[in-house]
Design a protein around this ligand. Structure first.
Ligand code: F6P
Length: 331
């Protein structure tokens, strides 16, 4: 069967299904083009000292690497002139970035984590870019931080690029989750994984077990039961995976099921991952693929954000497993 490219996929959603308009299509194509540029920079690795520290810290007090800052610049430069955005926000910037006055202002807001999992750069592991698109409220002044503080269920598009052995773009505009592989010879994203579905059950979990002593009892109970395997209440053996790069861990779950958790604990009282540009877009993609995502108590997409860089506990993946952990929190 002939495989279609990202542009044809988006045109079908614009023209035939009326799911997106021309501005949103251009926005997604621009983000995808920026991801291609980042993908190329990732392959430069040690040749350009991509994992080298810049000696600066982002708003999260995390050390900024050369590739973190470069990826942020690539996304900003690609997106600020198209006339489809009202403002942008990034993990690497404390405040939203306004569209320069020489360019027209559009109706969308773009949020991104330019380089997720950056501790993997120097070990040549997988990293990625996560993005979320919201509509800018009509009356938004500025638009300032307040304009971005919308629950994840209002996202009009979300996606991520995974820079692994091949570069994959995973995207949802609200009609399922679809995966595209970058064909580096023609520099085009080709639809290789249409309508991704996450199996409801799983025998694989992903969590940083070194934090076990700090977890809340419901998470400890769930993992203890998985580890007990055939001899425990689950009656089956489980496998464990942890890439320490959310994009790679979530892509594995989209491919073969599983559960991913970064729960709140006594050190990270609000959780560790960021709601607006990590948890929300990933929850949207996972739900659109038939999975579930909660913070242990509430559906992530229902949470009302208070701050742009807010942290949140994340439990996502195969539906029945996420429901099980969430029910342990209610018990
Ligand atoms: O957002 C940061 C991130 O790198 C995620 O991609 C990843 O899941 C997590 O942090 C890794 O955390 P840890 O360093 O505890 O393994």
């Amino acid at each position: 069967m002939k495989k279609i490219g990202l542009t044809q996929f988006l045109i079908e959603r614009q023209r035939d299904r009326k799911l997106i308009n021309a501005d949103l299509r251009l926005l997604i194509e621009t983000v995808a083009r920026a991801c291609k540029a980042i993908s190329f920079q990732v392959t430069r690795g040690a040749l350009e000292d991509m994992g080298g520290s810049l000696g600066t810290q982002n708003i999260q007090d995390e050390e900024q690497k050369r590739l973190d800052v470069l990826s942020n610049e690539i996304l900003l430069e690609a997106n600020e002139w198209g006339g489809n955005l009202a403002a942008l926000a990034s993990e690497e910037m404390e405040h939203p970035h306004a569209i320069p006055t020489e360019y027209p202002r559009g109706e969308y807001l773009l949020l991104f984590d330019p380089l997720d999992g950056s501790s993997n750069i120097e070990v040549d592991g997988s990293v990625g870019t996560i993005f979320s698109v919201l509509r800018c409220p009509k009356d938004a002044a500025g638009p300032d931080e307040q304009a971005f503080l919308q629950p994840g269920q209002t996202q009009v598009a979300a996606g991520f690029a995974l820079y692994g052995p091949s570069t994959i773009l995973v995207l949802s505009v609200g009609d399922g989750t679809h995966g595209f592989t970058l064909d580096p010879y023609v520099s085009a994203f080709v639809l290789t994984h249409p309508d991704i579905r996450i199996p409801e059950d799983t025998q694989e979990f992903a969590i940083n077990v070194s934090n076990m002593r700090r977890w809340e009892p419901p998470v400890k109970r769930y993992i203890d039961e998985c580890i007990a395997g055939k001899d425990g209440p689950r009656g089956k053996d489980f496998n464990m995976r942890w890439v320490a790069s959310m994009v790679a861990d979530v892509y594995r779950i989209l491919s073969r099921g599983g559960i991913f958790m970064y729960p709140r604990d006594t050190k990270n009282k609000d959780g560790r991952l960021r709601l607006m540009y990590e948890a929300n877009p990933m929850a949207f993609i996972v739900e659109q693929a038939g999975g579930a995502a909660t913070d242990g108590r509430e559906r992530i997409l229902d949470l009302r954000p208070q701050k742009l860089h807010q942290r949140v506990a994340v439990i996502l993946g195969s539906k029945k497993e996420v429901e099980r952990v969430t029910s342990y929190h209610a018990a």
